[in-house]
Design a protein around this ligand. Sequence first.
Ligand code: NDP
Length: 277
Amino acid sequence: MSRTWLVTGASSGFGRAIVEAAVAAGDFVVAAARRTAALDELVAAHPGRVVAQRLDVTDVAAAESAVGELVERYGRIDVLVNNAGRGVVGAVEETTDRELREVMDLHLFGPAALTRAVLPHMRRRRSGAIVQMSSMGGRFAFAGVGAYCASKFALEGLSEALAAEVAPLGIKVLIVEPGAFRTGFAAAGTLRRSAALPAYEETVGPVRASLAASDGEQPGDPAKAAAVLLTALDAEHTPLRLLLGNDAADALSAHWDGSRAEFAAWEELSRSTDFDG
Ligand code: NDP
């Protein structure tokens, strides 16, 4: 049976690729973006299968009322994809309070609001899926990406708990963790950069430079990612987390090895803190 999707940040990159994959699977998609003009081509390419919805996910009240209107108009939302997002680079000390709050609004509070808004409808139907676009940066961090990773770690914590809460209600949660993919993510006008301090030139400087240089050269193909996402979503046992890309697989595997070794080196002391007896 054909499903109805709501995909945020659908005007570019992963969002657009997910819309194309859902349409190819025979589904109907509400493609959401801040600037609906950026969706014109996508809508025109799939008449009657894709409709555009203006939505800034950081406007929590608008996000909630948009979901209500969409459910009224289309009867249901089977799959919510919280995809809208952007790259942010800067040392923690360089990142202003405002910059930190902006990225939390975009990657945590917006998705949380949309999730809250769709859940009553999904619970009523005892079915549905929520896809959270995280990142390999939702599993580990490195210099220069503190604010970005804080927001994706927060999204992952929220979503892991959510998955346990809604599984008995018939609702799936899928956290997607891409490595570097060829989207608009690292484009000059998209990537947010905090004002640089000379103290971080050696640690954060190379990250700024390599992120900017990666634009158009990233190894990951968003169309392949979208196809794998659909496969995972359609599986009888959808994973909680889906890592995407060789770079992500290599980096996470190294991170696990390091975490395991650190845990082992300190395990005895970790276990020494309970009350005696
Ligand atoms: P793109 O820049 O290509 O797409 C981002 C999309 O998000 C755009 O459609 C943009 O639309 C939209 N967006 C940004 N801010 C808002 C907002 N406030 N409200 C609504 N829409 C908004 O990048 P990606 O496709 O790569 O990014 C999609 C997701 O993938 C993000 O969550 C990102 O963190 C994640 N990701 C990407 C990786 C990569 O290497 N590409 C790696 C790991 C994770 P607008 O034109 O309005 O700005």
